[in-house]
Design a binder for this molecule. Structure first.
Ligand SMILES: Cc1cc2nc3c(=O)[nH]c(=O)nc-3n(C[C@H](O)[C@H](O)[C@H](O)COP(=O)(O)OP(=O)(O)OC[C@H]3O[C@@H](n4cnc5c(N)ncnc54)[C@H](O)[C@@H]3O)c2cc1C
Length: 413
């Protein structure tokens, strides 16, 4: 089959690029080529089914990688212009305390997928599903996309295949492997917006505990980044949005990274010491496992006392020494875990690493193959949790689509 433009990948960035090209070049034949049986599968799962599609505060510090995401985001419409005015999706800001996040008013990601379905249909964009692109080659100035049983001949290609994260939504990194064989370079790939693994021994007794606090990624004693929020302790990893936002650092600091939690950021060491000394007096006849009752949930309170004081839990609180109180204060303010790995791809929401900036022009066109454009997670930039990754997908899709459309019109490139 023939198409003027083939968009490989029916996800967020592929959708946005197809809308942009179809609006700019109405007589162009555009197909979205998708390996799954339907497009938009990952989009439906985003934001716990609510789709955190953007954020009110988009800053360079929210993106990490060699591709300058903010430079492109600034050149493209904001959520109001794109979603509200162009896509006719009513949006609201903030859902369940997630300040700054932009969501569809319906609180349902299906609304976003359905609005794209209508828009793409009205623009005449076709979809070819169950077509996994396994090879990209060139013949007579055209590109040929091949699957196991078929081929598509086209003039321009938009590669919007995502990365490795969320494997059950069609993204298994296979396109990155194809591109590597075509000569493209990638930054080191690792899961981002994901839990971080720590030794299960260190987490014994903490499984299921959630605690509000500050958490930092630390390497060689240096604090790399600090986040605040709910820290969730699991069987073999630590998660929560605050941890998700530190996960990308694993790419650079693998094997030498720690998580350091401050479980009482609002109380300084001095006040905490005074507090514990008072508790020692008031609960003197009770067992030491009650020392932190009133500050933390039971499992966390017992874990901290047990692992810091290392003595029988039947000992009485009045036997706790000043030095032991000092030790406890230190641990509560500075509880450290060695990071032993990152989470499996199926538990990650984004990919850190991807096609590096030197392989593409400012227009997101390939420097190796003219007429091939890239957008979305396949490129070497990853955003924080909170709508940043979808914003990158929309903006890079629009920008790649706009430049592809310009080249189709033979206009400025
Ligand atoms: C569970 C989950 C929740 C998330 N929630 C949010 C959120 O609320 N807010 C946010 O900002 N980000 C969120 N993200 C991240 C965000 O969804 C992604 O960063 C974004 O969807 C990436 O868009 P993309 O277009 O690059 O790729 P994708 O949306 O991943 O789409 C790529 C598409 O390409 C197809 N494909 C891959 N290879 C081929 C091939 N060889 N041939 C044909 N088709 C192919 C895949 O099947 C897929 O449909 C979430 C991610 C996950 C996994």
């Amino acid at each position: 089959m023939y198409a003027d433009v083939a968009v490989i990948g029916g996800g967020a960035s592929g959708y946005a690029s197809a809308v942009e090209i179809a609006e700019a070049c109405p007589d162009t034949e555009i197909v979205i080529v998708e390996r799954l049986l339907r497009t938009g599968k990952k989009l439906t799962a985003t934001g716990n089914g609510k789709c955190n599609l953007s954020n009110k505060s988009l800053k360079a510090e929210n993106y990490h990688g060699s591709v300058d995401a903010m430079k492109i985001i600034r050149k493209t419409p904001d959520y109001n212009d794109f979603f509200v005015r162009k896509m006719d999706i009513m949006c609201v800001s903030g859902s369940e305390g997630r300040e700054g996040g932009i969501y569809p008013h319906s609180n349902s990601s299906a609304t976003v997928v359905n609005a794209f379905r209508l828009k793409l249909d009205s623009l005449g964009v076709k979809e070819i599903c169950d077509f996994e692109v396994k090879g990209i080659s060139q013949k007579n100035g055209k590109y040929i996309l091949t699957s196991e049983k078929d081929e598509i001949v086209c003039r321009k290609v938009i590669i919007a295949c995502g990365g490795y994260a969320g494997t059950s939504f069609g993204t298994d990194g296979s396109m990155l492997r194809i591109l590597k064989n075509m000569g493209y370079k990638t930054a080191k790939i690792c899961p981002a917006v994901a839990p971080l693994r720590v030794s299960p021994d260190r987490l014994k007794g903490l499984k299921g505990v959630r605690a509000k606090g500050k958490i930092s990624a630390v390497s060689d004693g240096k604090v790399l980044k600090t986040e605040t929020g709910e820290i969730q302790f699991n069987e073999n990893n630590i998660s929560g949005i605050c941890v998700f936002n530190l996960a990308y650092l694993f790419q650079k600091y693998e094997g030498k990274m720690k998580l350091r939690a401050d479980l009482l950021p609002e109380t300084d060491e001095n006040n905490l010491t005074i507090y514990l000394e008072r508790v020692r007096k008031n609960r003197s006849e009770y067992n030491i496992d009650e020392l932190l009752t009133g500050i933390f949930v039971k499992n966390l309170a017992v874990y901290l006392v047990k692992n810091t004081l290392r003595r029988p839990m039947t000992d009485k609180i009045n036997s706790v020494t000043d030095n032991e109180i000092k030790k406890l204060v230190k641990v509560i303010k500075c509880l450290e875990f060695e990071v032993t790995g990152c989470s499996p791809w199926q538990n990650a929401q984004a990919t850190c690493g991807g096609i590096i900036s030197e392989c593409i022009t400012e227009n997101l066109e390939s420097r190796l193959h003219k007429g091939i454009y890239f957008c979305g997670e396949i490129l070497d930039t990853v955003g924080d949790c909170g709508g940043y990754n979808l914003q990158w997908a929309w903006s890079s899709g629009i920008w790649a689509g706009r430049n592809c459309a310009e080249s189709l019109k033979g206009g400025k490139r």
